[in-house]
Design a binder for this molecule. Structure first.
Ligand code: ZN
Length: 197
C-alpha cells in the first residue's frame, strides 16, 4: 500500500468519514504546503502522547489528576456522572456547575455488548465509598432509552450508600446528546434536577 493509500485508509476509519471523503481529505493535504501537514501531524502525535484519562474522574487531561479534580474552588460534595469526557465541556460551558465529575465511558447497551463491567462504574462506587464526603450524585447521562436505563441502574447501586441521587430535569431533547445541547437548556436541566427512585 502506498503512503497515500495508507493515509486515506486511516481517515476512512474515523467516524462519519467514508472512502470518498477520506480520499478528498488526503488529496487536500497533498495540495497544501508540507509545513501545514507537518503541523497537523505534530498536533496528532501531541494528543496521542500527552492526553490521557484522569485516574480519578476519567476526564481527558494532560495532568493527572485533572484541573477540575485538583481545583480548591470545586465543590466536592457533588459529583456529576456523564457518559463521555466531551460532556464535561458542555456542562462547564454553562458556568453553573461547580462540583466534580465522573466519566462512565459510555452507557449500558446490551445490544452493543456494553455491560456494567465495560463502564467506569466500579471506580465511581469506590470514589463514593472511600473518597471525601459526596452528598449528591447527579446523573447526567443522555436523555435516550439507554441513558435512562443507565441512570436507573446507577441509582439502585448508589442509593444504598446513603447518597442523594438526582437526574437532570426533563426538557433536554429526548434522544439528544448532552454534548450538542445548548448551554441554556443544560443549565435549566441542572437547576431543575430531581431526586430519582
Ligand atoms: Zn479528574
Amino acid at each position: 500500500m502506498s503512503v497515500i493509500d495508507e493515509l486515506a485508509a486511516e481517515f476512512a476509519r474515523l467516524p462519519g468519514i467514508g472512502r470518498k471523503t477520506a480520499l478528498r481529505l488526503t488529496y487536500y493535504l497533498l495540495k497544501r504546503p508540507a509545513e501545514d501537514t507537518r503541523r497537523l501531524a505534530h498536533a496528532l502525535s501531541a494528543v496521542a502522547d500527552r492526553v490521557r484519562a484522569c485516574s480519578t474522574c476519567g476526564n481527558l487531561t494532560e495532568a493527572d489528576p485533572c484541573a477540575i479534580c485538583t481545583s480548591p474552588r470545586r465543590d466536592g460534595s457533588m459529583v456529576c456522572v456523564v457518559e463521555e469526557a466531551s460532556d464535561i465541556g458542555a456542562i462547564e460551558r454553562t458556568g453553573t456547575f461547580a462540583g466534580l465529575y465522573h466519566v462512565l465511558g459510555g452507557r449500558l447497551s446490551p445490544l452493543e455488548g456494553v455491560g456494567p463491567d465495560e463502564l467506569r462504574i466500579g471506580p465511581l462506587l469506590a470514589r463514593l465509598e472511600t473518597g471525601p464526603d459526596v452528598g449528591e450524585v447527579i446523573i447526567a447521562t443522555n436523555p435516550s432509552v439507554e441513558g435512562e436505563a443507565t441512570a436507573l441502574y446507577l441509582q439502585k447501586l448508589i442509593r444504598p450508600l446513603g447518597r442523594r441521587v438526582t437526574r437532570l430535569a426533563r426538557g433536554m431533547p429526548v434522544g439528544g446528546d448532552l454534548e450538542y445541547t445548548d448551554g441554556v437548556t443544560i443549565a435549566e436541566a441542572l437547576a431543575g434536577r430531581r431526586e430519582i427512585g
